[in-house]
Design a protein around this ligand. Sequence first.
Ligand code: GPU
Length: 836
Amino acid sequence: VPPTEKKKGSKLFALKTDFLKNDEDSIQKGILDHVEYTLARTKYNFDSFSAYQGSAYTVRDRLIERWNETQQYYTEKDPKRVYYLSMEFLMGRSLQNAIYNMGLKDEYHSALLELGFELEDLYEEEKDAALGNGGLGRLASCFMDSLATLKYPAWGYGLRYNYGMFEQGIYDGYQTEVPDYWLVAGNPWEIERLDVQYTVRFYGHVTERKSSEGNKFDWEGGELVQAIAYDAPIPGYATTNTNNIRLWSSKPHKEFDLDAFNGGNYLSAVEAKQRSENITSVLYPNDNTYSGKELRLKQQYFFVAATLCDIIRRFKKNHSNWADFPNKVAIQLNDTHPTIGIVELFRKLIDEEHIQWDEAWQIVTKTYAYTNHTILPEALEMWPVSLIENLLPRHMQLIYGINHRFLLQVTQKWPGDIGKMRSLSIIQEGDEKKVRMAHLAIVGSHCVNGVAAMHSELVRNAVFPDFAALWPNKFQNKTNGVTPRRWIQQANPGLSSILNKWLKTDKWVTQLECVKDLKQHINNPELIEEWKSVKQFNKERLADFIHKTCGIQVNTNALFDVHIKRIHEYKRQLLNILGVIYRYLSIKKMSPKDRANVVSRVVVFAGKAAPGYVMAKRHIKLINSVAEVINNDKEVDQYLKVVFIPNYNVSIAQVIVPASDINQQISTAGTEASGTSNMKFTMNGSLIIGTLDGANVEIAEEVGQENMFIFGLRTHEIAGAREKMRQKEVVIDSRLQEVFLNIELGTFGPPEIFKPILDSLMYNDFYLTMQDFPLYLDAQAEVDALWKTQDAWIRKSIINTSSTYFFSSDRAMKEYAEEIWNIEPCEVETSDYRRY
Ligand code: GPU
C-alpha cells in the first residue's frame, strides 16, 4: 500500500478487539512478565508477596481494558450519571473481589498453582485499603460494587489519604494507635492520572466589581493547592461494566511566591509550599462525631472543589446548556461531609458561568441529594461562621444569601413566627455563629433520605420536623444494603456451595431473591448437616485466626457470640461485657452438676475507638481485663472464653462474620441509624440478639422475630426511661449489683481504672444500659435454651439466610437510581466477544 493511502489510525482501529486473553497460560505469562518487568525481579525465584503483586498487576491490566471500554461507551451514549461523594471508602482488599467479579477464579487458581502458589494464600498478602471509619465508609464501597454490577453509569469520588484508619494495638488491655501508612507497600489498584489535575483556592478575599448586568464578585488571592486524581477501577460482577472511584491527592501548586523565595529564606519557603500536602494526609478517625478542626474543613472543600471541576469538565464535553445539567448529573452527598459542594457548584454557576441567582439555585437543588446517617447530636456538623469566612470568604457570602431567601420561604409558611426562623435557619445564632451543615444540605437538595425505615421516620419527625412540614415530599427512606458478592460469595465459600447446590443455580449472586427458595428444604436433614459442617469449618477458620493473633485456644463446639463494630457508648459493648461478667460469676457459683448444663461460649469483641474518645477506650480496657481473668480461670475454661481481636478491619470481618452463631446488635433503641453488619450476619446465618433499632426492625419483619432474640426498651419508651433515670427512680437489678460489686472489689483489676465507667452509669446512664440489663440477660437465656436443640437452631439459621433479599445493596441501589437519581443502567456492549 502506498503510504498516502494508509488511513491515519487504521492500525489502531484494527487492534480494537485485541484484548488480553483470559486463559490460564496468558494469565500465567502476564504474572511472570509483571514479576520481571514491573517488579524488576527474577521470574525464576520470587516470594508470595511478589506473586500477589504480579497477579494484582495482571488483574489491573484487565480492569484497565474494561474501564476504558466502559468509559468510552458512557461517553458515546452520554447517559445521566450519578456521582457518589463520600469522604470515606472502606474498600478492604481487592484481589479476590476483582478475580471473582471478572469470573477468573479457576484460571488464576491453576495459573498460580503451576508457579507454586495457592491463590487463596495470596489474598492474605494484600493490605486492606482502610480509607474509612466504619459503617458509612463500608456502605459506600458496597454501593460502588452494586452500581457497577447493575451497570449504572456511576462514579465514586473521595480523598486519597496517605494515612488510612489507624492500626489498633492492644497493650496491657489498652488501645494503642499506630499510623497506617498504607501506600508504603505500593498500591497496584490505583491508576495515577497526572493528566487530571485541578487547582483549589483557600483563604484570600472577595472583590466586588460593578458591571451592567449586576455586580460581579471575584474570589482572589489566598493559597493555591493542586489536586491530582487517582483512580480505582470497580468491576461489576459478570459484566464488562467497570466503574471508577476517583480519589484526590493534594500537592503543592506550581505557582510560588517570588518574594518569599527571593527573601533569602529558600528552605522555609519550600516548607510552606510543602504544607499543601497535609490536606489529604490523614483520615479523621472519628465515627459518628464532629471534630471541628480547620484541616477537616479544608479536606471537605478540597474534595468537592476538585470533584466539581471534574464533573463539569465531563458535562461540558457534550453540553453547552446549563439547564441540562440536572438531566445529566446527579450528586449524592454521603452525609453532610461534602455539603460545602452545594455552595461550590452554586458559586461556579454564578461567578464563573454568570447564571442568574434563581436559575442557578434551581440547577443546584435539582442536582443534589443528601443522605443522613445519624441523629446523634454530637455528629451534626456546625462550622463556625468565622472559620468559613476566613477559609472560603465567597462561600460564606453565598450561604448568607441562600439563607436569606430560604428564610423568606419560612416566613411565607409561618408568618411572624420568629421561633421557626430561628430553628430552621442555616445559621445558628449565639456567642459564636455557626453554619448548620445539615440544614444547608436539606435546603440545597431535592431529596433527603435516612438509611433504615425507623431512622428515616426519626429524621422526618424527631430531628427535622419543621423541614418535613415545609417540604413533605423531600424526605424519603432508603434502607441500607450490603453486597452479597463480598459478604457471601467471597467471605463464605462453603455457604456459596450450599446455595449453588440447593438452589440449582448461582443466580443468587446478583439476584438475592433466589435465596428464598432455600426455605423449601428447611427440614431436609441433608441440608441441615451440610449447614452444620460449613458453620463448623468457618468456626475452625476463625479459631485458627484467633490463635494466631491472640494466642488463645477456643473450643469450636462452643457457641460463637460476636460483637464487632466501632466502640461507642451508644452501641453498648458495655452491656455485653457486663452480661459476660454476670455469666462468669454464675458459672463460678454453680455446682458441678449445674455446670454440665452450661452452654459453652466464645464471646468475640472487635472494634476501634476514636483516639480521643476516652470513655470508649476505657470500655476496651474493661473488656480486656475481664477477658484476662476469665481466660486464665481454669474452673470456667471449657465454658467461657472472651476474645478481643485487635485491629478490626474489613478483611478480619470477612473471617469473623461467617463463623458466628449469634451477633450482637444491642444499641439503645433510636440511636443506630441502620447498622449494616446486622445484614452481613443475617446473610451468613448468624442469629441476631438485638434491640428494635435501625435496620434490625426491618430484619425482624423479613426474618420473623421468632428467629431472632429481640429484647429491650423500644424507641417510644426511651424518653420516659431517661426521665426515670434522671429522677433516680431506677431500681438496679440485683444481678447487675453483683457485677458492680465485683468490679469494685477488684476482681478484674484495680477498681479505680473502671470507676469512670461505673460512675457514668450511676450519674447519667444516657444509653440506658442499666434498664435494659435484665431484659438482655433474659434474651441471652433464650439463646442458651435454643442452642441446646441444635436442629431447631440450624433451621432458624437457614431461615435467616433465606430472608435476606431485601438487604442486598443491589436492591438499595435500584431504589436510589429510580427514586432519587433518575438514572438507568447503561450496559456496555462489549467489543470483546469472549466476555459475558
Ligand atoms: N455512620 Br454519621 C458511620 O459509620 N459513621 C458516621 O460518621 C456516621 C454514621 C453509620 C451509622 O452509624 C450506621 O448506623 C449506618 O448503618 C451506617 O452509617 C451506614 O448508613
